[in-house]
Design a protein around this ligand. Structure first.
Ligand code: BGC
Length: 472
């Protein structure tokens, strides 16, 4: 690719992937901020549950309306709406003077996260050249992990009053002490990246695939000229998209889902991939990291916080493995390797917790994180944005992203009840079993999409080729 154009593609993809940073920060902050909010605003436990849950409720709603939004207004305008909601919601959270305002602000943040988690991977899949499409969408996941790590560090910075003894003395010298300032800083910190995101998305080109689907072919050709290495490459990609759009006429969205059994297959595959991503138990570690570390035998607050930051850092670093290899090794082998290691590591966590081997249990958690970060974390988002045919893309990704948020909520809500019902070891074994099931489903149904154009996948799918072979 010509040097200038490849820089443009990288910048464009980086700006769109910034949405992931905001998504990530929000995943991490609320678990810790809630105790301070409770003390500072003097609200009840049920208001706190609403404060926590309102973001995910908003995100589910945001993901569900995104299909219509991105189709009617386009990917770029949807990203601008999402970024504006982020700024508004984050400011609202930082300045909220009572529980109700905070819940409303969290719903707004959630809606914007839902729209962003839908639109960013979709947009990335449509603008990136096919040879580096996987890497570019993985950048979105990298920024999610950096966001989570940021939130873990910020959490530690505000928890000084819970450290005791010598640790407390050290912590008191450099951590924020004021409770009200602490939680406002945690929730408000997203204002900074969301303003950068908002400013950046204005400069993004519109998706050439969306432009062609709404009949703006000339504008699409101009965009492709700027983001492809040569005029020839741009022209042949434009032609391929035009041919695909005119070959597959007829209804879109829900009607297409009812009429076309081939399309139903990719919709169900997208939902299954997202369910499997959540059911491996990743967010148990993200949301309950400190509690897990204590349950494994390291009971001080300091150890729990340092351990949580180690988890966050491992998550970031291992994502680089996917960045480097997703377009070389392919999606399917990476997924199979990742889920196999996750199943083994989660079984290890269960066994070591059962026999009280604290260090071995923590090492197993880190191995699990490495495996998730180079496989299911990025690859599921990549595949979900690649496999849907253009006319049904908005509907298909609405279903898969909605499944991600709903199952994310369900796993978080059922973890503590499961823990008291089954105990830590059996609960962990349950998540390991889900990873084993995922391996079989991947072998049976997941296609290899490495280096193949979205149009090639679509033509094969609609012509009745077996799901797992549509990339051939
Ligand atoms: C998942 C999130 C998870 C994160 C961890 C994402 O791919 O969708 O639920 O918290 O990875 O890095």
């Amino acid at each position: 690719m010509a040097n200038n154009n490849s820089k443009t593609v990288f910048l464009v993809c980086f700006m769109a992937a910034l949405a992931g940073l905001l998504f990530g920060i929000d995943i991490g902050v609320i678990a810790q901020a809630k105790d301070f909010i409770k003390q500072d605003l003097g609200v009840s436990d049920s208001v706190i549950s609403w404060v926590v849950g309102s973001m995910m409720g908003g995100a589910t709603a945001g993901a569900l309306v995104s299909g219509k939004l991105t189709k009617k207004l386009g990917r770029k305008i949807s990203l601008i709406i999402s970024a504006s909601c982020f700024v508004l919601g984050a400011l609202g959270c930082a300045l909220a003077w009572n529980g109700t305002i905070l819940i409303i602000a969290r719903i707004i943040v959630g809606i914007s996260i839902g729209i962003a988690s839908f639109t960013a991977p979709l947009y990335l899949s449509e603008v990136a050249p096919k040879s580096i499409r996987g890497t570019m969408i993985t950048m979105y996941q990298l920024l999610i992990t950096i966001g989570i790590l940021t939130s873990f560090v910020v959490n530690t910075l505000i928890r000084n009053n819970t450290f005791t003894g010598a640790e407390g003395q050290i912590a008191a010298n450099f951590l924020i002490a004021d409770i009200s300032l602490s939680w406002r800083a945690m929730l408000g910190i997203t204002v900074i990246p969301s303003l950068i995101f908002l400013a950046g998305v204005f400069f993004l080109p519109k998706s050439p695939r969306w432009l062609i689907s709404v009949g703006k072919t000339e504008e699409a050709k101009n965009v492709l000229l700027k983001i492809r290495s040569s005029a020839d490459e741009a022209a042949s990609e434009a032609q391929e998209i035009i041919n695909t759009v005119s070959a597959h006429t007829g209804n879109s969205g829900l009607a297409m889902f009812r009429e076309k059994p081939n399309f139903r297959k990719t919709v169900f595959l997208g939902i299954t991939l997202q369910l499997m991503q959540q059911m491996c138990g990743i967010n148990i570690i993200m949301y309950f990291g400190p509690e897990l570390i204590k349950a494994a035998g390291y009971t001080s607050e300091f150890a729990a916080n340092v351990g949580t930051i180690a988890i966050g850092l491992t998550n970031v670093l291992a994502t680089f493995i996917a960045i480097a290899y997703i377009d070389k090794w392919g999606r399917k082998p990476i997924l199979i390797a990742g889920y196999s290691i996750m199943a083994a590591a989660m079984t290890g966590v269960a066994a070591f917790m059962h026999f009280n081997y604290s260090m071995a249990a923590i090492i197993s958690v880190l191995v699990f994180i490495i495996a998730f970060a180079f496989s299911a974390g990025p690859v599921v988002w990549v595949l979900c944005s690649e496999i849907q045919p253009l006319k049904g893309r908005d509907f298909g990704i609405t279903c898969s992203t909605g499944a991600n948020w709903l199952s994310n909520m369900a796993i978080a809500a059922t973890f503590l009840p499961l823990l008291s019902l089954l105990g830590a070891d059996l609960t962990m074994l349950l998540y390991a079993a889900c990873s084993i099931l995922a391996i079989f489903l991947i072998i049976m149904y997941v296609p290899e999409t490495k280096g193949v154009s979205l149009e090639h996948l679509e033509n094969n799918l609609m012509n009745g080729v077996k799901l797992r072979d549509i990339g051939k």
